[in-house]
Design a protein around this ligand. Structure first.
Ligand SMILES: [Zn+2]
Length: 435
């Protein structure tokens, strides 16, 4: 595990639970482990880990097991931090879980200036090995807070494969999204000149990507080898974010769709919130369709005057952004800050459009050759048990088309949607969103 800023040990083979005490002792000499779990993850791996620590003579702190599965609300971070403090200055958290439990331990440990480790119980997200944790405050506003990734990540294929099927399909959606995220990065690199592709981060994720996403039906069937490969891909995504010090290697338009649905309160028919990976899955289908539609038509020097005329002044832009969130001044301000950061005026706008016209063929090649690596995202996602059509997330193509302007507004990160916006074609390509 040479050269990753935060994570120094990764062990995802059978017997990882029994090896955890040795890993812990090597990375945190003199510390006592505090296992943090919820009832399900405690049954899946917590009991075995505690027995392993005892057998190794490591005297773990009494475990902290939430009475019910927690969410990423800040009050659960607080509870986790209090448990760590109560366990003493020498206690180091071992998150027994994948999504929420890991994020809570990551943030609480950071607040106390302590490192931590993660024993993942499901291949459900790519956050195991990433720095930063998405935490929702009591007003319901979600932001990703800075904090280092775990010093160690361990997991066992049999435990990962035994987790509920929707968790692995969520991880599959999050991982397949890297195809679309890669296309956005390649576009942004050429257009903005400020977002160079970090070769090491790129290779970590994009190098083996086809292999990781090759067998979606085996993910749906809970095949341990396929789920282990999925886990490897999710960990690599986290490591790539560590290397790049940015979520760019793992996140583009497909994640902007996910964030937009999250903030707009998308719910399934039974009232539950779709998982992150399931929202990314449908976001990936939409992103790929929109990007293909964007590059299906040429943009040349003759198209520049019309695009110049269509581009809004900042005053017009501000009014449109506010109209996207009429009831939430806080959301308006957040989106205005993002849009302001990428708004072009006068000479910069003309230069951008002339650049796009001059490099359109190269941009198309970059985006489409990347998307071609997985030419059938909807079919793959459906085979893995992911939502692949709007109806699968209890929404419609028309509803997604209405949200599209907001998807382009919520992050300053440059994507193919920004190319569409700048060329005045965002409304036109919306027709590509599936019904
Ligand atoms: Zn994600």
């Amino acid at each position: 595990m040479e050269g990753f800023p935060d994570t120094k040990s990764i062990d995802a083979a059978a017997g990882a639970a029994e090896r955890m005490p040795g890993v812990f002792r090597a990375l945190f000499p003199g510390a006592r482990p505090l296992l943090v779990a919820d009832p399900a993850t405690w049954r899946a791996a917590g009991e075995r880990l505690e027995a392993a620590f005892r057998a190794a003579g490591a005297a773990p702190c009494p475990p902290f097991v939430f009475a019910a599965a927690p969410s990423e609300r800040s009050r659960f971070v607080e509870e986790t931090r209090l448990a760590l403090e109560a366990a003493g200055a020498g206690a180091v958290a071992v998150a027994v879980g994948s999504g929420t439990i890991n994020d809570l331990c990551k943030r609480a440990s950071f607040e106390l200036g302590r490192p931590y480790a993660c024993f993942a119980t499901a291949a459900s997200v790519d956050g195991f090995a990433s720095f930063g944790a998405p935490i929702t405050d009591e007003a319901g506003f979600k932001i990703t807070r800075e904090c280092p990734a775990p010093r160690a990540v361990s997991a066992e294929p049999e435990i990962l494969a035994a987790a509920p099927a929707f968790l692995a399909s969520s991880g599959y959606g999050d991982l397949l999204g890297k195809v679309a995220a890669g296309a956005d990065w390649l576009v942004a690199e050429l257009v903005t000149g400020r977002d160079p592709v970090d070769r090491r981060a790129w290779e970590l994720v994009q190098g083996p990507l086809e292999r990781w996403v090759a067998a979606p039906e085996k993910i749906a069937a809970g095949d341990p080898a396929a789920v282990a490969a999925l886990f490897e891909g999710l960990v690599a995504s986290g490591l790539a974010m560590q290397v790049a010090r940015s979520s760019r290697p793992a996140s583009g338009t497909e994640h902007h769709f996910s964030h937009t649905w999250e903030m707009s309160g998308l719910r399934l028919a039974d009232g539950s919130e779709p998982t992150h990976g399931h929202k990314v899955a449908l976001g990936t289908v939409c992103s790929a369709a929109l990007t293909r539609a964007l590059f299906a038509r040429d943009f040349g020097p003759a198209d520049v005057p019309a695009a110049l005329a269509a581009y809004p002044s900042w005053a017009e832009r501000e009014a449109r952004v506010r109209a996207e969130a009429p009831d939430s001044p806080r959301m308006q301000e957040a989106m205005l800050a993002e849009c302001r950061a990428k708004h072009l005026g006068g000479d910069a706008l003309r230069a951008r459009l002339e650049f796009l016209a001059a490099h359109w063929g190269e941009l198309r090649e970059r985006a489409l050759s990347q998307l071609e690596r997985v030419p059938d995202p909807a079919a793959r996602l459906a085979a893995a048990g992911c939502p692949a059509r709007p109806a699968d997330l209890a929404t419609t193509g028309a509803a997604i088309r209405r949200l599209l302007p907001r998807v382009q507004m919520i992050r300053r990160r440059y994507t193919a949607l920004d190319v569409a916006f700048e060329t005045g074609r965002l409304g036109e390509i919306a027709a590509a969103i599936p019904e």
